[in-house]
Design a protein around this ligand. Structure first.
Ligand code: B12
Ligand code: SF4
Length: 469
């Protein structure tokens, strides 16, 4: 039997008023679509930008979700099952909580899907769907080009690529080493094929390559051979990397020459004790500014992630990060609240110390809310400190300083990135569009329909069917 399959990438709004622009899509849905054998018909629905159609003619609904989006995934599963659809759950939450997910879905896939996806679809087509499929990490030799043609119109950037999986580090709060064990790479030629896919309507969508790798530069010989081949393609590209790359002059030169416009570093903290809490031994606070100077000298913008809530953090140290990150030259900051995801040493520690706030639902795991008892603050004080940090870092004064630096110091692609992203967050701040506080009456609070509906009620959102353009 040929199946009609809806792959839904589940989402719960993370800002009070949603996003003004939906910037970059996830790769997960269009990757699963690419893995689907051609006899089946597949659609990909990104709930962040598209309305879920409960009256779909699909035979099988596949839900992909992070922990923070779980309440919405379960609501969707229940609605679809009520309508007689088979529902399969997968993704990082399903990987660590298969029994829970199984209570809401007909079947659950744990881990990476490649080894079990086609078999699961065959079983579904034959009416023999099993309750659990355990995906094993395979070599990435056969990973196909994502189905970019199935992306909705709404995303500003389109070309998301994954060249590698895994990361050699083991930060306390991160589940990557468990989710994607080891470090695996795709053949360079396969990655180049994705990069050369150009059937996008706008110049910047053809120009930008956004790597969703955990740590693209971890294996130097591999990344260098990829970058050498990228030079003639004249793209602008971005990735995550660790700060030790600046020691490798050849790599920095290749990054510059192949068109790197932005690197995301997990900086996390300006306190050495908090970096120890994070097991982030590769970060050296005294070197941040020098490292970012080298990155800037190569014409690349510094994007950086910060986390609030380590055991050595205080409300003051969290708020001070806004000035610290400006001083060291970060171009685009991303600030999260520490969150104890299962599959991490942090989760085990907080569980042992009975510091998980079990009464708080999965919606508190969206990266902007507090799901545990911090050491030096109450949960409310941590939330307040994070919001003060966020407001200050995106205040008109900080945003204009970063934008001024972008136009005076960075080359065009990197300046474009910094101007765009600082305007994006600066506008949010001006509109009072802050991260959603789940405990407030504006929070998710189980009112999933209302909250998700708000996304579609905002003016200017394009209607999209997810059909090829
Ligand atoms: C790229 C990425 C992002 C991107 C894109 C987000 C997105 N929605 O995809 C950005 C930077 C925006 C992002 C943001 C966040 N992220 Co993120 N992100 C990743 C990263 C590095 C790679 C994910 C990826 O694309 N992999 C490649 C694709 C092809 O594989 P995949 O998604 O893993 O899917 C495979 C399997 O999971 C499975 N699968 C997935 N879905 C389904 C569905 C079905 C039905 C089936 C059968 C199988 C299946 O099969 C796939 C193929 O093998 C992972 C780390 C990791 N290694 O997983 C973290 C990760 C997923 N992120 C995480 C988190 C916490 C976040 C944030 C909440 C962080 C924050 N503080 O704000 C935000 C949420 C924002 C949002 N809007 O979603 C956590 C999730 C933990 C959890 N239990 O939920 C991870 C695991 C990192 C970590 N800290 O441990 N992230
Ligand atoms: S360096 Fe980044 S991807 Fe690697 S373990 Fe640490 S947080 Fe996770």
């Amino acid at each position: 039997m040929k199946l009609k399959i809806d792959i839904i990438v589940v989402y719960i709004q993370r800002y009070n008023k949603g996003h003004e622009v939906d910037f970059v899509p996830p790769i997960t849905g269009i990757h699963l679509a690419a893995l689907t054998p051609p006899e089946h018909q597949v659609r990909v629905i990104h709930q962040q930008v598209e309305k879920v159609n409960f009256d779909t003619d699909a035979d099988l609904v596949c839900l992909s979700f992070f922990s923070g989006f779980t309440p919405e995934a379960y609501r969707l599963a229940s609605e679809f099952r009520r309508r007689g659809k088979l529902v399969v759950g997968g993704g990082p939450h399903a990987t660590f909580w298969p029994e829970e997910v199984r209570q809401h879905c007909d079947s659950v896939i744990t881990g990476e899907a490649e080894s079990v996806w086609a078999g699961m679809l065959r079983d579904a087509a034959n009416g023999e769907l099993k309750p659990v499929y355990r995906g094993e990490p395979l070599s990435l030799d056969e990973v196909p080009t994502p189905r970019y043609d199935l992306l909705p119109n709404n995303y500003f950037v389109r070309r998301v690529v994954q060249a590698t999986r895994g990361c050699p580090f083991s930060c306390s709060f991160c589940s990557v080493p468990t989710i994607n064990p080891g470090f695996r790479v795709r053949p360079v030629e396969a990655v180049l094929k994705d990069i050369e896919y150009d059937d996008f309507p706008f110049w910047w969508q053809r120009k930008v390559v956004w790597f969703w790798d955990d740590n693209l530069t971890a294996q130097r010989t591999y990344v260098k051979s990829l970058l050498k081949k990228m030079i003639p393609l004249k793209k602008w590209w971005l990735t995550q990397a660790s700060m030790d790359i600046v020691k490798d002059e050849e790599l920095m030169g290749l990054m510059r020459d192949s068109g790197c416009i932005g690197i995301f570093f997990g900086v996390e903290s300006f306190l050495s004790d908090s970096l120890k809490d994070a097991n982030k031994r590769q970060n050296k606070i005294d070197h941040y500014k020098d490292i970012f100077d080298i990155v800037h000298a190569n014409g690349i913008a510094v994007m950086a992630g910060f986390i609030a809530g380590f055991d050595h953090d205080t409300a003051d140290s969290v708020e001070e990060m806004a000035d610290n990150l400006l001083d060291v030259g970060v171009d685009v900051p991303f600030m999260s609240v520490l969150t104890p995801y299962k599959g991490t040493p942090l989760y085990e520690k907080l569980k042992d110390e009975q510091r998980l706030l079990d009464e708080r639902g999965w919606e508190y795991y969206n990266g902007f809310n507090v799901a545990f008892r911090p050491k030096n603050m109450t949960p409310e004080e941590l939330l307040e400190a994070h919001r003060k940090l966020w407001r200050k870092a995106f205040s008109p004064s900080h945003v204009t300083q970063r934008m001024h630096r972008a136009v005076t110091r960075l080359r065009p692609g990197a300046a474009w990135l910094s101007l765009f992203m600082n305007s994006f967050y600066g506008l949010k701040r001006l509109r009072g569009n802050l991260p959603v506080d789940m405990a407030s009456d504006k929070g998710y609070g189980g009112r999933s329909t209302e909250r998700v509906q708000q996304i579609f009620d905002r003016p200017g959102l394009l209607e999209s069917t997810g059909a090829p353009q």
